[in-house]
Design a protein around this ligand. Structure first.
Ligand code: E4P
Length: 236
């Protein structure tokens, strides 16, 4: 399963890429609004430079020609740009035309399997059902991810399901189990996935035990010993 970062923060993306776990990035106008001192184009170019996979850039026009104009502009910024288009009648037409021009699209704001099916038929390569926003309405957002993944696999459609609007680590596990090809997550969720209280306790305990063992050996031999693993390794 691929993991994307859902952010426009360059430092967060650098960190995730350094950890070796990030396959792409999704941005949107809200996420860009949190960045200071750079244009959207500059932000996108830098993200595309440091990201190993697709980077979604969202158009905001409502009309087909406007969407095409914004999307063509983004597509020229870098080879790994994917144009993000909101689900709508005009959005479907724009997706179809982008496809004909060889520009990849991510259909966003999907809230039903039918919307996802239409987006795939129009030619979107990424289908983004929003999980958290549905959960917020007291419904189960993961149902759409599961249904859409089943449809895409059943008909072998040329599209990937990208679980979006992820609010916590459990959403990532559930997206993977539901068959999503990708989940896009805020950096905070990525960090939550790394940690577990028992892992942290275990690391502290192993270090303590190591130091106690070295101190015991030193006491037996009557010598003070540098008990760091580096020093022990150097002496071996
Ligand atoms: C990503 O492509 C979406 O724009 C994003 O996941 C939406 O997340 P939110 O519902 O937390 O704003």
């Amino acid at each position: 399963m691929k993991l994307f970062l859902d952010t426009a923060e360059i430092d967060e993306i650098r960190t995730g890429v350094r950890w070796g776990v990030i396959d792409g990035v999704t941005t949107n106008p809200t996420l860009y609004g949190k960045i200071e001192g750079m244009t959207y184009d500059e932000v996108l170019q830098e993200i595309c430079r440091i990201t190993p996979g697709p980077v979604s850039a969202e158009v905001v026009a409502d009309d087909v020609e406007g969407m095409l104009g914004e999307g063509r502009h983004f597509a020229k910024l870098a080879d790994n740009i994917v144009v993000k288009v909101a689900m709508s009648e005009n959005g479907l037409e724009a997706i179809k035309r982008f496809r004909a021009e060889g520009i990849k699209t991510n259909c966003t704001l999907i809230f039903s399997a039918n919307q996802g099916l239409l987006a795939a038929k129009a030619g979107a390569s990424l289908l983004s059902p929003f999980v958290g926003r549905v959960d917020d309405t007291n419904e189960e957002g993961m149902i759409v991810v599961r249904e859409l993944a089943e449809i895409v696999n059943f008909y072998d459609l040329d599209a990937e399901v990208l679980a979006a609007s992820i609010r916590g680590p459990r959403h990532v596990t559930e997206s993977a189990l539901a068959g999503a090809h990708i989940a896009t997550l805020p950096f905070k969720v990525l960090k939550q996935m790394v940690h577990h209280p028992l892992t942290d306790v275990g690391i502290v305990q192993f270090k303590k035990d190591w130091e106690a063992a070295r101190a015991a050996i030193a006491a037996k031999s009557g010598k003070a010993t540098d008990s760091t693993p580096e020093a022990v390794g150097a002496k071996a």
